[in-house]
Design a protein around this ligand. Structure first.
Ligand SMILES: [Zn+2]
Length: 429
């Protein structure tokens, strides 16, 4: 297979294409009119790249530039390097290119995630390189440098997300270290894809041993606790409490999260095009991109009641032809998500006020997602499907989070086994 080029649409696509949807070079005038400025990427293999490239950013939105770049890629002439005269790509250039790819003109990841990449690249890797006098990114073709750099990652002082010059001599916690390793690997892999590095040592388990992180079990709501939440919603509606926002909206949002397991960040920006018929054609489902990496759409069934709650809501805003229920379409979506998170938190508190009992486990908006997952598993939904619905990359994560719930299905299965055997004995005797 050779290389193919296509636009991979960003979240903020000016023509309103779905995020990660792809379109190919336009041929007709109609296609030219529908063309946008999203990044052009390529996928496939080249003679010098036996492993297939996937969505490799060409760092351009111009088809002609993209075409000439992949010609160079195909001829093995180290392609996407913006300046062929350069002796080598510096660490600073590599970091800038990578952040551009992640930023608003590229993948347009959320501000919070972008900041995490910035912390790793600008506050961990860049100072490391400065200390050692490393200028060219090619230094990372030395496995020892790759390992040493990763080991140099320390806790940053004060707000650990905020950039700071003061370092504390405290190692990262296992959980943070595992996440940083993911980001580190992604950066190194990018440099290799662009031909700046020959090896992606960071992805080699013998070079950097990934910290073993045991995901903690996640707890949902007990049935009575759920009732407390619906009661609290009534209370909010009747008393006009928290009237700076619409309680009907809050109710619909809570229903979406409870009955589809959507993260609040996905639920808040839900748009009308995501409400679709089910696979069976009967009833409704919510369509969601399962994982950015797999480009897969997943349909999560929703209850008729939830679909109705959405249908009876007025749209709050519109952007690029997408109508939103919980988001105006203007302004930062992160801000909208933060505001909604506060409202749901407030509701959860209200649901635990006397005469009601406090919940058994600490509750956050995520608790609704866990409640969905656990009730699906407890009622015999296939863990493979539940895992897809939740957008987990594999069922191991689902099992780690909800093994306590899976135990319940084991017991239910054993009971079903006993009943089945009892029935069969009846026939054989
Ligand atoms: Zn686009």
């Amino acid at each position: 297979m050779a290389l193919i080029i296509y636009r991979r649409h960003a979240r903020s696509c000016s023509k309103g294409y779905e995020q990660n949807a792809r379109t190919f070079p336009p041929r007709t005038s109609k296609e030219i009119k529908a063309d946008c400025e999203c990044p052009i990427v390529c996928s496939g293999t080249t003679p010098s790249q036996p492993k297939a490239l996937r969505h490799l950013s060409l760092d351009t939105s111009n088809w002609d530039v993209a075409r000439s770049l992949i010609k160079r890629l195909q001829s093995g002439k180290l392609a996407a390097d913006p300046d062929p005269q350069e002796k080598g790509v510096t660490v600073d250039q590599a970091i800038a290119r990578y952040l551009k790819k992640k930023g608003p003109s590229g993948e347009n990841i959320s501000n919070a995630t972008l900041r995490k990449h910035q912390v790793m690249l600008l506050d961990r890797i860049a100072p490391f390189c400065k200390d050692r006098g490393i200028q060219l990114i090619s230094a990372f073709d030395d496995a020892a440098v790759v390992e040493e750099c990763f080991l140099s990652f320390k806790n940053l002082n004060a707000n650990h997300n905020k950039r700071s010059d003061t370092l504390m001599d405290k190692p990262l916690g296992d959980r943070t270290r595992a996440k940083e390793l993911d980001r580190y690997r992604s950066f190194v892999r990018y440099c290799k894809e662009l031909g700046w590095l020959k090896h992606a040592h960071a992805t080699n388990k013998n070079v950097i041993k990934p910290p073993s992180v045991k995901p903690s079990p996640k707890y949902g709501l007990e049935p009575l606790e759920e009732l407390q939440i619906w009661d609290a919603l009534e209370l909010v509606t009747n008393r006009g409490q928290m009237d700076q926002y619409n309680s009907k909206e809050l109710r619909a949002l809570v229903m979406v999260m409870r009955y589809t397991g959507l993260r609040i960040s996905d639920a808040v920006v839900l748009n009308h095009a995501q409400l679709v018929p089910r696979e069976s054609g009967h009833g409704y489902a919510i369509k969601i991109m399962s994982m950015q990496k797999t480009d897969d759409w997943v349909r999560i069934p929703i209850t008729l009641e939830t679909a109705q709650a959405l249908h009876t809501l007025k749209f709050k805003g519109e952007k690029n032809g997408h109508k939103f229920w919980f988001y105006t379409g203007n302004g930062e979506r992160d801000t909208a998500i933060t505001n909604w998170r506060e409202r749901v938190d407030k509701l959860l508190k209200l649901a635990q006020r006397p005469p009601y009992k406090p919940f058994l486990h600490h509750a956050t908006p995520q608790t609704l997602r866990h409640t969905f997952a656990i009730s699906a598993l407890n009622n015999g939904a296939d863990i493979k499907m539940v895992s897809r619905w939740l957008g987990h990359s594999n069922t191991k994560i689902t099992e780690a989070h909800y093994s306590h719930a899976i135990r319940a299905t084991h017991i239910a299965s054993e009971q079903a086994y006993d009943q089945m055997m009892a029935r069969q004995q009846l026939f054989s005797s």
